[in-house]
Write a protein that binds this ligand. Sequence first.
Ligand code: PLP
Length: 391
Amino acid sequence: MNSTSSAEIDVQPLGCQRDAFELPDDICWLNTSYMSPMLHAVREAANAGVTTRATPWTLTQEDFFDPADQIRRSVADLTSADADGITLVPSVSYAMAIAARNIPVAAGQNVVVVREQFPSNIYPWRRLTDENKATVRTVQFETDDWTESIIASIDGQTAIVSMPHVHWTTGTQFDIVRIAEKVRAVGAALIVDATQSLGTLPFDVSEVQPDFLVASAYKCMLGPYGLTYVYVHPSWRNGVPLEEGWLNRANASDFSQLTEYCDDYMPGARRYDYGERSNSILLAMAIASLKQIQEWTIPRIEATTRPLIEQIVSRADAAGLWHPPLEHCSPCMVGIGLPGEAPNDIGKQLAQRGIYISVRKGNARVAPHIYNNSAEVDRLFDTLQELTSVG
Ligand SMILES: Cc1ncc(COP(=O)(O)O)c(C=O)c1O
């Protein structure tokens, strides 16, 4: 068993925090895995960021460095990592490109991924293996215990395991600690895409020791679109960045001396930061969202969403709809199989009734967060019943 039931979580749930969000009462947003609604605090921070941009005479040189470092500290705090190990990039695709640029893969080796993984975490491995006469090994799930299937697929020829913490269409939570042990035992590198989990499901860098941990800011992390947080293990902090930017050089803080070109980078993972990462709007939004998550804490967010996931699973069972076994369900979302007679445009029909989920690969992906309550889960299933005449 790799997940925890709500009864086993000994932290106090927070209760529904809808008031903190811009979410009209009649909108049933069970779609965090697509994008979170916006915290009022994040909107206010965005407005302040626009004001900063509109008044460049108020900008100081420190503004180009301090907010980014503040974000590094918060992300490190939330993941039990060190702040020096955090780099800021625009997207998961960008983060995967950094990893692919730096981790060597030799002819005959394999890169392990899981079935129907998000494309940003597939395409770089297809290119890397093509260029090096290596192969992508896709784990198919023959049993209900997907973690076991992944562990069994890792062998002495594995160079990289690049996988999600939570699967983006089914909501399955993998036992990343056990997988990491096997990865280390064969001397491979582990890359974890926590985009569909970090913020709701805890991740402990000191325990898992991933080579790269990657998470977009705009889903469970409740932040801006266009920013991705990446933890880089110390072994890769001397690697080659994708861009040869100036803002991450050792001499960058003295704008008067930038043409004293400097080959050294700022310490830690900062060398991988993307150009113009000191965007006052995005960074202000990120700071506000991280502050709120730190205040709520991830374990308490998880304790609040788990009961909603259990309710979704129980309503799916009552309607005879497929879902991953409850013990493998994440607290972030659950994919439920739609009945054959469900109309193709079921997502659209639900949206017309103010209910939002995503349909991915025949699964209705239901992703509650801290702003949802159990009446909304009932509203979804009652409406699904009307539209599909199931259960
Ligand atoms: C698992 C996962 N990874 C990454 C992303 C986003 O990737 P990118 O930042 O490259 O657009 C998504 C978006 O839905 C996702 O579900």
